[in-house]
Write a protein that binds this ligand. Structure first.
Ligand SMILES: Cc1cc2nc3c(=O)[nH]c(=O)nc-3n(C[C@H](O)[C@H](O)[C@H](O)COP(=O)(O)O)c2cc1C
Length: 183
């Protein structure tokens, strides 16, 4: 039987009202409809310590996070842009995964901004992913003006952005399969 695409969703902000969590979950729903199995890492339930904090290397949430990263074959990341950079929360999660967990697997990248769209955060995540030997797909999405980005049904109100999200998820699904078959 063909192996299933399994995707781990990682959000770069905490809290029940996190727009990045909403965006990741929306992406995961689209991937599920394509036949993927999805897992969202909930930082509110299972916070991760800062890398290098006292006792952090033995932390049980870290071990679970790394086990999940090993078990899946692709990742969907979304980070808020803070001062022109990915959030510290996203960077810290990326700092807990290494090539032995993610090498040769596909990554989809998304970001959100209070202001206008740009690629700063996406580019930074792309560099970090390259460093851990992941394969970041070329399609990506930056959601500007995030306070007004979702409609009452939890969809992106800008139709073009919604289409772009679907296209990005489609590419992530296909790229995951391609990489799974070549490993
Ligand atoms: C410390 C901080 C710095 C921020 N810097 C920027 C920025 O450089 N550019 C921008 O467009 N928005 C900036 N914002 C707005 C955030 O990008 C926005 O609140 C975030 O994308 C919302 O996502 P969330 O609901 O998941 O937290 C900043 C917000 C904070 C808290």
């Amino acid at each position: 039987m063909a192996a299933k695409v399994k995707v781990m969703g990682i959000s770069g902000s905490y809290g029940n009202n996190s727009n990045n969590t909403k965006l990741v979950k929306l992406g995961l729903e689209i991937l599920e409809k394509m036949g993927a199995e999805t897992y969202f890492w909930d930082l509110n339930e299972k916070p991760l310590p800062l890398v290098g904090e006292e006792g952090s290397w033995e932390n049980k949430n870290v071990a679970e996070f790394q086990d999940l990263a090993t078990k899946v074959n692709s990742y969907l990341l979304s980070s808020p842009e803070y001062h022109g950079c990915m959030s510290g929360v996203m960077k810290n999660q990326l700092d807990w995964i290494y090539s032995k967990h993610v090498s040769g697997k596909a990554f989809g990248l998304m970001s959100t901004l209070g202001g206008q769209s740009n690629s700063n955060t996406l580019n930074q995540m792309r560099i970090a992913v390259r460093w851990i030997h992941g394969w970041a797909i070329p399609e990506q999405i930056a959601v500007p003006n995030i306070k007004n980005a979702f409609d009452e049904n939890g969809m992106l109100s800008d139709e073009k952005l919604m289409e772009r999200l679907e296209e990005t998820m489609n590419s992530l699904f296909k790229s995951s399969l391609m990489l799974m078959n070549s490993n």
